[in-house]
Design a protein around this ligand. Structure first.
Ligand code: NAD
Length: 256
């Protein structure tokens, strides 16, 4: 018996990184999965490998959400879960952030999450689940990622309000708040193996050994296990909550 037997789950940003691991784990646990992304080649290849469906979905585009919902229902007949995972990060001090860049991050991280809830929830089976991907920076500040942190705080607001409004249908809405996770977002070396990649990876490893109490960067598979918990009946009495997964980073400052 899988933890998600008989359930249909849409995972956005699932072509790589945390979304990919969520799609893989959810399939292993018996779900039918709709892999949604803008990286069509990678998304299609993953879907083929794990026996899922692929749909092109730019999460900031309402019309594309409608098509994705139709595709999911055509393929499987119902939708029981959504993981709003797609996201982008831009580095800049607030004072140097051009409005265009700020709005680009808002469009994907915040509007994308809003549109996911707005479009999928009305079509979702009662008792379904939504997992939004916020961040460590959704619960505290971090210099140089102002646009990103603002959107991730907003994702927690959306999570709480959606949990309140959808509870009457038994739909639970929670958020994961990852710290540093070893994907292309935190470790761009993963995108271009060779060249400086090893050096960048070593520097990233050293940074997180120092910053994170557990002494290492997190793995996308670890976030996938938290998303599985929040999507399965194991979390049946939990809704409206942020779940920090950060190796102890948020626990406080270590003097040694
Ligand atoms: P990633 O860059 O490997 O994956 C992000 C995925 O989102 C990619 O597949 C990308 O193509 C997709 N995407 C980007 N824009 C999109 C759009 N408009 N529509 C649909 N898909 C889009 O990084 P990741 O770490 O796997 O990121 C997953 C989520 O986790 C993001 O929301 C990110 O903000 C969040 N997060 C990551 C970290 C980290 O350290 N890696 C920490 C906290 C939160």
């Amino acid at each position: 018996m899988g933890k998600l037997d008989g359930r249909v789950v849409i995972v956005t940003g699932a072509a790589r990184g945390q979304g990919e691991q969520e799609a893989r784990l959810f399939r292993e646990e018996g779900a039918d999965v709709v892999v949604a992304d803008v990286l069509d080649d990678q998304g299609e290849a993953l879907a083929k490998e794990i026996g899922a469906s692929y749909v092109h979905l730019d999460v900031g585009e309402e019309e594309q959400w409608r098509s994705a919902v139709t595709a999911a229902k055509d393929a499987y007949g119902h939708i029981d879960g959504l993981v709003n995972n797609a996201g982008i990060l831009r580095f800049n001090s607030l004072l140097d952030t051009p409005l265009d860049e700020f709005m680009q991050v808002v469009q994907v991280n915040q509007v994308g999450c809003f549109l996911g809830i707005k479009t999928v929830a009305p079509e979702m089976t009662d008792g379904g689940t939504i997992v939004n991907t916020a961040s460590y920076t959704g619960v505290t500040g971090m210099a140089a990622v102002g646009s990103y942190a603002a959107t991730k705080h907003a994702v927690l607001g959306l999570t709480r309000v959606a949990a309140l409004e959808l509870a009457r249908r038994g739909i639970r809405v929670n958020a994961v708040c990852p710290g540093a996770i070893d994907t292309a977002m935190a470790n761009p070396a993963l995108l271009e193996p060779g060249g400086d990649a090893e050096e960048i990876s070593r520097a990233v490893g050293k940074l997180y050994r120092k910053l994170v109490p557990l002494g290492r960067i997190g793995k996308p598979e670890e976030v996938a296990r938290l998303a599985l918990f929040l999507t399965s009946d194991d979390s049946s009495y939990i809704t409206g909550q942020p779940f920090v997964i950060d190796g102890g980073w948020m626990a406080g400052v270590s003097l040694t």
